[in-house]
Design a protein around this ligand. Structure first.
Ligand code: ME8
Length: 637
């Protein structure tokens, strides 16, 4: 195998539930990375898959009245179709029941046994079936799993163990040498302190369970599901038999996942690789959670965002095709979230992103430029050159910054750069006054302008193509320019005289949108009536307009944000329970209503010198803000 390579993975999913936006997020992130790398002519291996040898599967199969094998064969098709419908182009969907995976796992076990890293012992301890995780007594006050909150079970059986404890120093040395191998940095620090606290050997077999990969030299045991699952990252490279592809693709360039599974990926997995004498992955990139109604999505809470429903609603509301609606959701997920931080899905955010970024900015640019091409040139691309030196520089800078940000998985910022360029093009239409150029008979300048704008649209289409592949291909083919490769990002690739096909209104505006759990399905809430108060009591409250100048999440709290709020000439600190509804950076510069004369109180040890007003219902929470511009410090009455 020749040339540069990039190998990107997602976790392999437990397919006993339906896929939701969280699973889609990781998988589309990998797809975006893969498409971006292909744009830059790198050989890519992008894999995802299903984690099937778990107890969860046995339970779900029983519930469905099926044998585990029949159950996984049925479920896996749902997941594959789901990813396909979101335009995910993986190279391999690995199943842990695949023959080559079973062989790879058994090979690893044999190798580690021969080298003395696997030994037999007795396991006694707690186990969470839902997380497939062993827990120490000290981790689980009340026998409740710290990860999912469900009950844990006591296990006592003869097991095989992996000598994880032997790798504490080697892992710490590795992380000291490669501090960028886990990102974001906060996750790196978390992992290093986890390792410093000491590592115990881990049980890697179960004798009381039949479903799973048999231990190669002791068939009474099956291999612990996590030990088996992690090895999928080797299986897909051809390990251990296809040495050429294995040596070409291994180590992985990046493993993507969310924060709940970093101990497995950043402690156990590298220790297994060290024990095998194999190189460690270049990077583990840990993204945040998608939250809805302020909580991590989970089926049991009934707050899961179903991406199919989002697409269906959007398509119905706007009339755009479902494949374009897929692009919109793909774009939204990465324009809205900072990759690495938690993100919140609400209809309001989805609608305003769509209306501002697509209907206004991008959609307007395309319809204005295409309309001018139609009107003056009868849809033919005019023979022109770059309109101005500024535009040339701006294109070059946009591409350079985009590459740098995409290389570091900073998707949101990369898209911001592209959108800044889109808006520059929109501004160029206003400042260059094309209708006046025509009136003044400056035809060549007008041709240069239209050609440059069509070229800019073509370049934008290539830049957004990893996120919005259908949109990119539609635009490119309307311009008669198909290639998504990096070399086509150069200005001047668009052929003259091609007759463009008009696209109409690419993104019609959304007026209403509803894809969260409908209110009607939520439990009825009993209206809470409060006793009547007289006006004197109300007038004792000093309500003021405040301007949020700074907002930070309170370390160690899921709910609290610490705000610095200007109220007239005074600045005060307010601790508010809104972290699950707002991203702190989005709060800065918002004007809110503050209860200014509330006695200070301490929340989680931090002083709060007031309170803000907000309204909430089952779907979420919204801050009360003034309807018109008004100075901070103004009295609210
Ligand atoms: O953990 N927000 O599988 P899993 C963002 N089989 N991402 C989310 C999410 C959310 N609300 N919910 C899920 C397993 N994810 C194991 C993995 S790998 C060798 C074995 C994504 O089905 C995220 O990537 O529970 C998370 O790490 C993964 O789904 C967990 O998937």
């Amino acid at each position: 195998m020749k040339g540069s390579k990039f190998y990107v993975t997602t976790p392999i999913y437990y397919i006993s539930g339906d896929p939701h936006i969280g699973h889609l997020y990781t998988t589309v992130a990998a797809d975006i990375i893969a498409r971006y790398k292909k744009m830059r002519t790198t050989n890519v291996l992008f894999t995802t898959g299903s984690d099937e040898n778990s107890l969860k599967i046995v339970k779900a199969a029983q519930k469905a009245g099926k044998e585990p094998r029949e159950y996984v064969d049925d479920e896996v098709e749902k997941w594959k179709n789901f990813f396909k419908s979101f335009n995910v182009q993986y190279d391999r969907f690995v199943r842990t029941t695949d023959e080559d995976h079973i062989k790879a796992v058994q090979h690893v076990i044999k190798t580690l046994h021969q080298s003395g890293y696997i030994y037999k012992g007795k396991y006694e301890g707690w186990y969470c079936v839902d997380c497939e995780t062993f827990w120490l007594e000290s981790d689980i006050p009340n026998q409740i799993c710290p990860s999912c909150g469900r009950e844990v079970h006591w296990i006592s059986e003869d097991n095989y163990f992996f000598k994880l404890s032997a790798f504490q120093k080697a892992l710490l040395d590795h992380y000291e040498a490669y501090p960028k191998s886990i990102e974001p940095e906060s996750r790196f620090n978390e992992v290093v302190s986890m390792i410093k606290m000491g590592l115990n050997d881990i049980s890697i077999s179960r004798s009381s369970v039949q479903w799973g990969i048999p231990f190669p030299f002791d068939e009474k045991h099956v291999i612990y599901v996590w030990f088996d699952a992690l090895i999928n990252y080797l299986t897909v490279t051809g390990y251990p038999n296809e040495l050429d592809t294995f040596m070409y693709y291994w180590p992985a360039n990046v493993h993507l996942m969310s924060k709940d599974i970093i101990r497995f990926h950043c402690v156990i997995w590298p220790a297994m690789l060290l024990a095998l004498g194999l190189p460690l992955p270049e990077k583990v990139y840990v993204h945040g959670w998608w939250l809805t109604s302020g909580e991590k999505m989970s089926k049991s809470k009934g707050n899961v965002i179903d991406p199919n429903l989002v697409i269906e609603d959007l398509s119905k509301e706007t009339g755009i095709s479902t494949s374009l609606a897929v692009d919109v959701l793909r774009l939204f997920m990465f324009r809205e979230s900072t990759f690495g931080d938690d993100a919140i899905f609400t209809d309001a955010r989805f609608t305003s992103r769509y209306n501002f970024d697509l209907a206004n900015d991008l959609g307007n640019l395309i319809s204005r430029v295409y309309a001018m091409t139609h009107k003056t040139f009868n849809d033919e691309i005019p023979a022109g050159t770059i309109f101005s030196e500024n535009l040339r520089i701006s294109i070059l800078e946009t591409i350079t910054q985009y590459f740098d940000l995409m290389d570091h998985f900073r998707f949101k910022e990369a898209l911001e750069i592209v959108w800044a360029f889109i808006n520059e093009c929109n501004k160029l239409i206003e400042t260059s006054k094309p209708w006046e150029l025509l009136k003044q008979n400056q035809l060549q300048l007008y041709k240069n302008l239209i050609y440059s704008l069509l070229e800019s649209i073509r370049i934008v289409a290539i830049l957004v193509s990893p996120f919005m592949p259908t949109f990119a291909n539609t635009v490119l083919s309307s311009l008669g320019a198909r290639s998504l490769k990096e070399e086509n990002l150069a200005f001047g690739k668009l052929g003259f005289n091609h007759v463009i096909s008009q696209l109409g209104v690419t993104f019609p505006r959304i007026k209403t949108f509803q894809s969260e759990v409908p209110v009607s399905k939520k439990k009825e809430k009993v209206e809470e009536k409060k006793e009547m108060v007289d006006i004197d009591l109300f007038q004792k409250l000093d309500l003021r307009i405040g301007l949020i100048e700074k907002a930070e999440k309170l370390e160690g709290s899921e709910k609290l944000v610490v705000l610095q709020v200007r109220v007239g000439s005074e600045s005060k600190q307010i601790v508010a329970g809104i972290a699950q509804h707002y991203i702190p950076e989005d709060l800065v510069n918002k004007k809110i209503v503050v209860v200014n004369n509330l006695k200070p109180a301490k929340l989680r040890g931090v002083e709060s010198q007031g309170m803000l007003l907000a309204a909430s219902n089952e779907l979420g929470l919204t801050l009360i803000t003034p309807e018109k511009e008004i100075d901070s410090g103004s009295v609210v009455k």
